[in-house]
Design a binder for this molecule. Sequence first.
Ligand SMILES: NC(=O)c1ccc[n+]([C@@H]2O[C@H](COP(=O)([O-])OP(=O)(O)OC[C@H]3O[C@@H](n4cnc5c(N)ncnc54)[C@H](O)[C@@H]3O)[C@@H](O)[C@H]2O)c1
Length: 245
Amino acid sequence: MGRLDNKITIVTGSGSGIGKAITLRFAAEGSKVIAVDIDGSQEKVSEETQGEVLPYKCDVSNPDQVSKMINECRKNFGKLDILCNNAGINIAPKRLHEYSIEEWDKVMNVNLRGAFFVMKNSIELMLEGGGGSIVNTSSIGAFRASPMVSAYLASKGAINMLTRATALEYVNDGIRVNAVCPGAVKTPIFDDAPPGFLETLVSQIPMGRLCEPDEVASLALFLASDEASHITGATYIIDGGRSAG
Ligand SMILES: NC(=O)c1ccc[n+]([C@@H]2O[C@H](COP(=O)([O-])OP(=O)(O)OC[C@H]3O[C@@H](n4cnc5c(N)ncnc54)[C@H](O)[C@@H]3O)[C@@H](O)[C@H]2O)c1
């Protein structure tokens, strides 16, 4: 018996990092997982599991592609139980006045508008089926500011409020909406970090190490599952103690 037997899940940004870990964990727990990513990387993820991972190519910032993706889910499964709204990007660090409009829009289009499109279409399908559970991937940056990443932080702050507002809007429809807010997680998002950056980051984490993607997947699994049946509108920090002090 898996904790997600008979569930249908959509995970966005599933080809790498946290999304990949969530995809593999949810599939191992018995869910059919529609693994959504922009670049085809999710094809490989489907080869790494005994569970059911169905790769689907979609740019979450494209409303037509998102609507088509949810319609495919409707047609094939007639329902959607769980959405892990996880796709997100950042750009090279800079101060706010150095952003071009295009750079600002790029971050917002994926992290906020994209999250909105995917939630909107998913909620429509969840309402047809009588409920569901949404786990947004936010960030510790929704609580704590740091310089040079204002667009990213603004997008994640908005995701937290979107989580709380929609939790209240759909509380009587059987739809729970929560967010995981990771600190620094060992994923390719840090591949281009300048020398010494990761060492400095780790030195600020009381546990003395980065978070593993699978540790975020554990939290997402709990929040998505029926075990969290009384939890909605919550924004859970997972940061090795960094924000405790
Ligand atoms: N790694 C961290 O330290 C950290 C910390 C806090 C929050 N997060 C958040 O976790 C989420 C996942 O990040 P990660 O570290 O696993 O990054 P990652 O770069 O390893 O994975 C992100 C995935 O999203 C996909 N993606 C990007 N744009 C997309 C789009 N328009 N449509 C569909 N898919 C798209 C990418 O192709 C990639 O596979 C993001 O929302 C990120 O902001 C990460």
